[in-house]
Design a protein around this ligand. Structure first.
Ligand SMILES: *Cc1c(COP(=O)(O)O)cnc(C)c1O
Length: 417
């Protein structure tokens, strides 16, 4: 067999894919003329449901909710945010038990994590009043730190990385100092797909006496993580992207054990208190990760994600990453071959080690092209000003689907000329 990558077709790659059979676990939608589906290249915005999830939800309504009623809080639900958190820690985060929680949106957990980190730093040393973030970070990350800076009188130190790549250790040197309180970066950049060197950056930030907060939205479930080994302080991530938790499924937060008793998150509520049902007069935070909870946890919305965590455990994170790399490599090959001749430009790293599970290609007509593609059931994402983002969800995307998608992009682009 000729294994030179250039000669491999999508059919060869699908035939050789050890995870190919797992695609069959995802829900196959009934044909719907209003929503044709040829190639889904947006699993990094909203992952596809697993067929088992439809069953799980129906059973949940009938049994835990319908039959157990309020008793299910005592029997199961109170612990669900941390039981599920521990499972995520084991399967996808590289985190020992007791450090991960599921609940709230990513934006709200980012706020809690950053405020807790900043307040802790300032209490220890009022001179540590700066938050470091990059200008290429996702809007919510930038808005949350701007809000916190306004609220607490902190100063923002901006990094402006190469938009086709992302933040490197070298980019941090000019902004780290004895005034740095906390650094917030995305592990995988939402636009370029650049995969930051989390171990090196975390080490450098901590050496400077600052706390490191990672946004894992575009890496969790697609890129192996070792939060404990990397010495990460806090992290927040989405569960509706590569963890297929469904629209608006709650986010995850990681808080390193040693920090937990020293950090106070700013939204005090009864469910994060040491004794929620003691109906106490004053707020006393729980002594563990539960202090990051505020109100009643979104139990119903936590159900679907359990199926994907199970599937990833079955496949193994290393195999998931190998498939992800093979998909993005093939995507780049096809983009070079079929889109570059039409004037499109790769806006993502070419080295697999520096890339998450999506690529972005720029062209001035891509806003119109994306609208046309959606009508045809070819679903990439558009990211301003001119980027078409091709998300490759390792367990649900086939090489043939990717190739059909890129062919449709090429055809639509050619028709615009
Ligand atoms: C998707 C995404 C979010 C989403 O935040 P929500 O509060 O869930 O809407 C935040 N940060 C990054 C980097 C993302 O990619």
């Amino acid at each position: 067999m000729n294994t030179s990558p250039a000669s491999l077709t999508a059919a060869d790659l699908d035939a050789a894919d050890p995870l190919a059979s797992l695609r069959g676990r995802f829900l196959v939608p009934a044909p719907d003329p209003a929503h044709p589906l040829t190639a889904y290249l947006d699993g990094n915005s909203l992952g596809r449901p697993l067929a088992a999830t439809a069953e799980r939800l129906a059973t949940f309504v009938r049994t835990e909710w319908g039959a157990g009623l309020i008793r299910s809080w005592d029997e199961k639900w109170m612990d669900e945010p941390t039981v599920l958190g521990d499972r995520l820690g084991e399967v996808v985060l590289g985190a020992a038990p007791g450090q991960v929680l599921v609940g709230d949106s990513t934006s709200v957990l980012l706020y809690k994590a950053l405020r807790a980190a900043l307040d802790h730093q300032q209490a220890a040393d009022p001179a540590r009043c700066e938050i470091v973030i990059d200008a290429g970070n996702f809007p919510t990350d930038r808005f949350i730190v701007e809000g916190i800076a306004a609220e607490r009188g902190a100063t923002l130190r901006w990094i402006t990385p190469d938009p086709d790549a992302g933040v490197t250790s070298e980019d941090l040197e000019p902004v780290l100092s004895a005034s740095t309180a906390v650094v917030l970066l995305s592990h995988v950049a939402y636009r370029s797909g650049y995969l930051a060197d989390a171990a090196a950056i975390t080490g450098r930030v901590k050496q400077a006496g600052a706390l490191m907060v990672w946004d894992l939205c575009h890496s969790v479930g697609a890129v192996p993580l070792q939060l404990d080994d990397w010495g990460v302080d806090l992290a927040v991530g989405c569960t509706y992207k590569y963890l297929n938790g469904g629209p608006g499924s709650p986010a995850l937060a990681y808080v390193r054990s040693e920090l937990q008793s020293r950090l106070r998150q700013p939204i005090w509520g009864w469910m994060g208190a040491a004794d929620p049902f003691g109906m106490t007069e004053a707020y006393e935070p729980a002594g563990n990760i539960r202090r990051f909870i505020t109100g009643t946890p979104p139990i119903l919305a936590m159900q679907p994600l359990q199926d994907m965590v199970g599937l990833i455990a079955e496949a193994g994170m290393d195999a998931v990453r190998a498939k992800s790399v093979a998909l993005t490599e093939h995507a780049i090959r096809l983009a070079d071959e079929r889109l570059a001749p039409l004037g499109a430009r790769l806006a993502s790293p070419r080295e697999a080690d520096a890339r998450g599970s999506h690529i972005t290609v720029d062209h001035d007509r891509f806003a119109e092209v994306t609208a046309r593609l959606w009508e045809l059931g070819v679903i990439p994402d558009f990211r301003p000003p001119n980027g078409l983002r091709i998300g490759l969800s390792p367990l649900s995307t086939s090489f043939a689907e990717l190739e059909a998608g890129i062919d449709a992009i090429a055809t639509a682009l050619a028709e615009m000329e």
